[in-house]
Design a protein around this ligand. Structure first.
Ligand code: C2E
Ligand code: MG
Ligand code: MG
Length: 667
């Protein structure tokens, strides 16, 4: 392009037209300004002119606009051309289109900073973002939340459907999780199924919880790939900056990672907040792994025993051995206080062998006393996966010749069994060939699919305490419990409920058909020397001996009762300001109402009690509506009497349902 000193275009060549789309005729006599993209400010052009005046040439990169509106990058050199007298005659501009080059460069930068699969920032950019976030938090006196997220069950998707599906799944999931965060937060992918979120500008820890919950929920929602509905969940570890100690970005990531690991251990699909205080003390202990070693050598480790029984007949199935540390200064320590120190450490194998050996010795001793009792022993996943585990077990059994292999049962956490399913199921099979039984501990927390359950030949499922604890007022937990019982019977496994804390828990379990239980309502873990006395004294409560399994037809009554209880609890929490929204008020829409309208109508068609139940239910809803309408602006103390009425109505209704169940049992 040639212009006169005023910048009017005198001539262009065909390359100009090719790049800009303007024909020669269209631009002759015009100012090159017509190519301006608007991406550069006046200072940019001023600088360019100054340079030309001073040095007679300029070169650089410039964004221009083609005739069709498209912006492109060019590499431009402008030179002044003087006549013989030395006065400025023309400007000559030489340029080439470098858009593809630029594009290439951007791609390279992207690859260096972004994850290719999901387009999220990668580890490199994360480090940068985290660093910036920390600076900003210090300036503004706010907190940064660092969330380490690892998917639960992603490997299964990859294994079952191939990497292609796995990749598609990750792409969609990443997009969804990104939307769960706020603008300004960063979600990055470290690789595999590991992600890190950086939450900016938090006023306090609590401010992050909402976001974390959202992130968790979004990770657990189903995703459709190639017509399949796939689902995972996520385990999250959270830590915050700043802390009492000075920390760098790497240390923060390690803390969050460690907390994530604890979330996994605690059963996955949950978050765990890194406890800096506790960490310092644990690190204190860490130096004392040595101390635990000494404790084992000097006999400070002991086993306590907790009975597993048939709650209906009173038969004792056996004892679970639970380790305790009789610490000379700190008293009796539970496994939660010291087992984490040795986790993943080879010493845990040594300790595990001691537990096995001691339990076998105990079986032998009880046998000699004429009381054959089965003992179940908790086996750490690392111990179980030792290549010589079965050989060592055979050796230990041989060491205690009067012990039958069937006297021993091994408990392995469902979650750890799932991680290494092939290896674990083989070990289980080998042990079973020896005659040693297996139980899946904390069952229900690991999301084992049916196929997985089929592959794990454990004879006993120990239903996790959390479901048992909440089944009395959480219909969902009750449903899980019933589901697990159904699974157990479908796969011909036995099921035992952990955490039977009260008579009511046991009663409910018995009604559901689960007779085996373990928990405080039966006995707390006790030292071995108390066991024989306990065996002597133990008999189940009369309530339990009289409770039998409900017929299939009556089980819905049980659910209806729990649902009603949950509904009332929700209502009262709402009234007392503990819940933001009331439960479903429509008497036909609440879950109990749906039961009344549906199953109850046929099931209780000719029962005189149906009318009674309907009318109590109606009046409960009437007063609920009144209460909810009044609530606005009224103090809780002003309707204490209403609350009491509710509770008595509820109990009346539950009593009726109970009567119905008993009635039909007698039939
Ligand atoms: P677990 O195998 O699921 O054992 C049941 C835990 O629940 C025990 O806690 C027991 O004391 C407690 N528990 C029993 N009944 C009730 C109840 O009604 N309500 C409530 N809230 N809790 C109840 P503990 O003894 O603190 O053991 C915790 C965990 O430590 C065990 O969970 C097991 O996973 C692990 N553990 C215990 N002993 C050993 C061991 O010798 N080796 C290994 N590797 N792990 C062990
Ligand atoms: Mg156990
Ligand atoms: Mg358990």
């Amino acid at each position: 392009m040639i212009t006169d000193p005023d910048g009017t275009i005198l001539d262009v060549n065909s390359a100009f037209s090719r790049i800009t789309d303007y024909s020669r005729e269209e631009v002759l006599g015009k100012n090159p300004r017509l190519l301006a993209s608007g991406r550069h400010d006046t200072a940019f052009y001023a600088g360019m002119w100054q340079e030309l005046l001073k040095h007679g040439h300029w070169s650089g990169e410039i964004w221009n606009r083609r005739k069709n509106g498209e912006v492109y990058a060019e590499m431009l050199t402008i030179s002044n051309v003087y006549d013989e007298q030395g006065s400025l005659k023309y400007y000559v501009g030489l340029f080439s289109d470098i858009t593809t080059l630029k594009e290439q460069q951007r791609k390279l930068e992207r690859i260096a900073h972004y994850d290719v699969l999901t387009g999220l920032p990668n580890r490199v950019l994360l480090a940068d973002r985290l660093y910036q976030a920390m600076l900003q938090a210090q300036r503004r006196n706010t907190l940064v939340g660092i969330v380490y997220l690892d998917l639960d069950g992603f490997k299964q998707i990859n294994d079952a459907h191939g990497h292609d599906v796995g990749d598609q799944f990750l792409i969609q999931l990443a997009e969804r999780m990104k939307h769960a965060l706020r603008e300004g937060d960063t979600l990055s992918r470290l690789g595999g199924d590991e992600f890190v979120a950086v939450l900016m500008d938090l006023v306090d820890h609590a401010a992050s919880l909402n976001i974390i919950e959202r992130l968790m929920t979004s990770a657990a929602e189903p995703i459709h790939v190639k017509g399949m509905e796939l689902k995972v969940s996520a385990s999250l570890g959270v830590t915050f900056f700043p802390q009492a100690e000075v920390l760098d970005a790497d240390q923060l990531l390690r803390q969050a990672d460690q907390a994530m690991y604890q979330a996994k251990q605690a059963g996955k699909n949950r978050y765990h907040i890194f406890d800096a205080e506790h960490d310092r003390t644990v690190r204190g202990y860490h130096e004392s792994l040595e101390r635990i070693r000494i404790a084992l050598k000097s006999g400070e480790m002991v086993l306590y025993y907790q009975p597993k029984v048939n709650m209906h007949s009173g038969a004792v199935l056996g004892m679970e051995a639970l380790i305790r540390w009789q610490h000379p200064q700190r008293g009796l320590l539970l496994p939660g206080a010291f087992m984490s120190v040795i986790e993943q450490h080879p010493f845990s194998v040594e300790l595990g062998e001691w537990v096995l050996d001691t339990a076998l010795g105990q079986i032998a001793e009880w046998r000699r006393a004429g009381v054959p009792l089965q003992i179940s022993v908790n086996i750490d996943a690392m111990h179980l996966q030792q290549p010589d585990f079965v050989t060592r077990l055979r050796y230990l059994l041989a060491k205690h010749p009067n012990v039958e292999p069937g006297d021993l049962e091994l408990e392995v956490l469902e979650t750890s069994a799932l991680d290494e399913i092939d290896q674990v199921s083989e070990i289980i099979r080998d042990c079973r060939n020896l005659g040693v039984g297996f139980a899946l501990d904390d069952f229900g927390t690991g999301y084992s699919s049916l196929t997985y359950l089929k592959r794990l030949p454990a004879g006993l499922l120990k239903i996790d305490q959390s479901f048992v604890r909440d089944m009395l007022d959480d219909p969902d937990d009750l449903a899980i419990l019933e589901g697990v019982l159904g699974l157990a019977s479908a796969f011909s496994r036995n099921a035992i409920a952990e955490g039977v804390e009260t008579l009511a828990h046991g009663e409910m379990l018995l009604k559901l058909g689960c007779q085996f239980g373990q928990g405080y309502a039966i006995a707390r873990p006790m030292p071995s020397k108390e066991v024989l006395q306990w065996l002597n004294d133990w008999q189940p409560d009369q309530l339990w001996s009289e409770t039998v399994r409900l017929s299939r037809d009556d089980q819905p009554l049980l659910f209806a009762a729990v649902e009603h209880r949950a509904w009332i609890a929700h209502l009262l929490q709402y009234v007392q300001g503990e819940k933001l929204a009331p439960p479903v008020l429509d008497r036909h829409q609440c879950r109990f109402g749906q039961w009344l309208d549906g199953q109850a109508k046929t099931r209780l068609a000719d029962s005189p009690m149906l009318q009674k139940i309907i009318s109590i239910h109606e009046s409960i809803h009437d007063s609920a509506e009144q209460l909810v309408n009044h609530k606005i602006g009224v103090e809780v103390k002003d309707f204490l009497s209403e609350i009491e009425t509710f509770e008595s109505h509820r109990d009346e209704l539950l009593l009726l349902l109970n009567e119905l169940m008993e009635h039909s049992n007698r039939d």
